[in-house]
Design a protein around this ligand. Structure first.
Ligand code: TYM
Length: 334
């Protein structure tokens, strides 16, 4: 608890830019939940080092993602939005928790398997211990709730296991967090291959909607989205392309699948794809405008970054000191 409120913690990798999947699966829900909870959101730059980065480009992406969090509606004066690498406690706790994590557990992580296949020339130890750092992120802030998309659920489960194992030995040190996975939007699929998750690293530019895409690009990408040969706008497992578009439309308009089916009854896919494109472009327009303003106001963003770094550092050091003491590390002489 901070200020008598339960704590939310989440974050996104600091590379590239954000996708509609990141937005509907996570960011949009962060904004919705932010009034009820004390919220802490990291720009996860340490996690991004598991893949080689071009330093100058990487720094720019990290700042852009910080601005996108704020542009999406997170008030940095109320929510603690900070860079993971600015709080050294993440790496310190990660080491300690690594000593409470079994290789068998890490071997089971599906994201490690997927990423090793994708980066076969650079299967580094960081990629392997990635979930331990993520557990450290969450446990450092004693989070109650972690809003994420489906692909991060396994990492949340291992976080819970590590926390419970540690608590069983040392008493109630960590809050055991719960995942918050939205009913719709938790797994937005590629527009070019609806069996694959929408991802910022997809080589096919038409597969992914980026939050900063122009309206024309958004409309064009939806127009080209892969669907099936049928023409009925109906939600069904055997129609993954159209079901994905219905999920997106439902998330941005708040309409149920039944309402959408009624709205497009007797109208073809062309009409529906155009409507989804328009709805997404409209939903993202204010975010894009706010983003441009924020990126132009260096002093404001810098002051928010500085203030929140200090706040995050304060919360993190409280947990870290407690953990260090519990495991028997020698206390510092002050
Ligand atoms: P990342 O950067 O891959 O994704 C950030 C968030 O966006 C969600 N997401 C999606 N949701 C729906 N459909 C999609 N196509 C889609 N793509 C991404 C993810 O589920 C995630 O919630 N390891 C994390 C970052 C992280 C983190 C943390 C998250 C590091 N430490 C602590 C929560 C708590 C990651 O790589 O997310």
């Amino acid at each position: 608890m901070i200020n008598d409120k339960r704590i939310i913690y989440s974050g996104m990798q600091a590379t590239g830019t954000l996708t509609l999947g990141n937005y509907l699966g996570a960011l949009k829900n962060w904004v919705t939940l932010s009034s009820e909870y004390e919220c802490i959101y990291g720009v996860m730059d340490l996690h991004s080092l598991t893949v080689r980065q071009v330093p100058a480009k990487f720094r720019k992406s990290a700042r852009s993602i910080y601005a996108l969090y704020v542009a999406a509606g997170l008030d940095p004066e109320k929510n603690c939005i900070y860079y993971q690498s600015h709080v050294s406690g993440h790496a310190e706790l990660s080491w300690i928790l690594g000593c409470f994590t079994y290789m068998g557990e890490l071997n089971r992580m599906t994201q490690f398997k997927d990423k090793s296949a994708k980066h076969a020339d650079n299967i580094n130890a960081g990629l392997y211990t990635y979930p331990v750092l993520m557990a450290a992120d969450i446990l450092l802030y004693q989070a109650d709730l972690v809003p994420i998309g489906v692909d991060q659920k396994q990492h949340l489960e291992i976080t819970r296991d590590i926390a419970q194992r540690f608590n069983a030995i040392y008493g109630d040190v960590f809050t055991v967090p719960e995942a918050y996975v939205p009913k719709t939007g938790a797994k937005i699929m590629s527009l070019q291959d609806p069996m694959k998750k929408m991802s910022k690293s997809d080589e096919n530019v038409n597969a992914t909607i980026l939050l900063l895409d122009s309206k024309d690009d958004i409309l064009r990408k939806f127009k080209r989205a892969v669907t099936d040969s049928d023409s009925a706008v109906r939600y069904a497992e055997e129609k993954p392309g159209i079901s994905n578009l219905m999920g997106i439309y439902s998330c941005v308009t708040g309409k149920s699948f039944e309402e959408i089916e009624k709205e497009f009854d007797g109208r073809g896919y062309g009409d529906f794809k155009a409507a989804v494109g328009e709805a997404v472009a409209d939903a993202l327009a204010p975010l894009k405008a706010r983003y441009q303003e924020l990126m132009a106001d260096k002093a404001y963003l810098d002051s928010m970054i500085k203030m929140n770094d200090e706040k995050a550092q304060y919360y993190a050091s409280k947990t870290l000191r407690k953990v260090q003491k519990k495991v028997g590390l020698t206390e510092r002489i002050r």
